[in-house]
Design a protein around this ligand. Structure first.
Ligand SMILES: NC(=O)c1ccc[n+]([C@@H]2O[C@H](COP(=O)([O-])OP(=O)(O)OC[C@H]3O[C@@H](n4cnc5c(N)ncnc54)[C@H](O)[C@@H]3O)[C@@H](O)[C@H]2O)c1
Length: 262
């Protein structure tokens, strides 16, 4: 029996990448899922994939979660299909990564919208019912670049710093209601995009506007000499979502191969 049997989990930004890995792991632990993304492509396929792997009960809802009405529509769809949400994983995000002065007003706005506003609106949508039930888990996916600084990440770090900082204030305000708030803060994760960036093709390097090759980042800056795997991030999220983590509240959990410590 999985550790999340009988729980309802919502995972945002789960059409691909780390969100998909998190959804897959939570389903394997027995949670019934609502998966959501602004890009609806892939959500239905993931539900079918989960069902084929023996985890039925996943449903999906496409929405722009950086808007309050998108987050409220996700809440309504979750309540209509599953009745409630026990675990909210605010994973939607992703960077527009580029040197700070090369950003435009639009790319800066996108960066804050994707990472910070999605997290704020979804938390505001799902938290009241958790408080009413005196139980719940909210897990934000932050980023360890907030600590390391790293190349071309200043705009992204402005958004993810907010994603981390919300956690402490929310825990202070609402821990007495039985809800826990934690951030999982990955360093570089070997997603499909990072796999592509590992290429030596100059066109790929130019597309991602990389000033340093990721292979060099791993070699010089990560003591473990490798990027974190998506399933390793998902495993930490699954632990924080489970009953054994009830006393862990208001924390930022780095997962980064010792790239940043403390
Ligand atoms: N990949 C890494 O190395 C890394 C490192 C640290 C943190 N993170 C964070 O982990 C999370 C997942 O990263 P990933 O690499 O899988 O990213 P990704 O870009 O592959 O996936 C992010 C998903 O979020 C969705 N999304 C974006 N804006 C949205 C919106 N307004 N409404 C709904 N969905 C929206 C996207 O459509 C996409 O499917 C992100 O929050 C990212 O910032 C990633």
């Amino acid at each position: 029996m999985g550790t999340l049997e009988g729980k309802i989990a919502v995972v945002t930004g789960s059409a691909r990448g780390i969100g998909k890995a998190i959804a897959t792991r939570l389903a394997r632990e027995g949670a019934a899922l609502m998966i959501s993304d602004i890009n609806g492509d892939g959500l239905a396929a993931l539900c079918a994939e989960l069902e084929a792997a023996g985890s039925p009960g996943a449903v999906h809802h496409a929405a722009d979660l950086s808007a309050e009405d998108g987050a409220q529509a996700l809440l309504a769809a979750t309540v209509a299909t599953h009745g409630r949400c026990d675990i909210l994983v605010n994973n939607a995000g992703g960077g527009v990564i580029r040197p700070f002065l090369e950003h435009t007003a639009e790319t800066l706005r996108q960066t804050i919208d994707r990472n910070l506003w999605t997290t704020i609106w979804c938390t505001r949508a799902f938290l009241p019912a958790m408080i009413a039930r005196q139980a719940g888990r909210i897990i934000n996916i932050g980023a360890d670049s907030v600590h390391t600084g790293t190349y071309s990440h200043a705009g992204y770090n402005a958004a993810k710093g907010g994603v981390h900082a919300m956690i402490t204030g929310l825990a202070f305000e609402f821990a007495r209601h039985g809800v826990t708030f934690n951030a999982v803060s990955p360093g570089g994760v070997l997603t499909e995009d990072l796999q592509e960036m590992m290429s030596d093709n100059p066109e790929v390097l130019a597309k991602y506007k990389m000033s340093v090759h990721p292979r060099e980042v791993a070699r010089l800056e990560i003591p473990a000499q490798r990027f974190t795997e998506m399933h390793e991030v998902a495993a930490l999220v699954a632990f924080l979502a489970g009953d054994d983590a009830q006393a862990i509240n208001g924390q930022i959990h780095s997962i980064n191969g010792a790239q940043w410590m403390m």
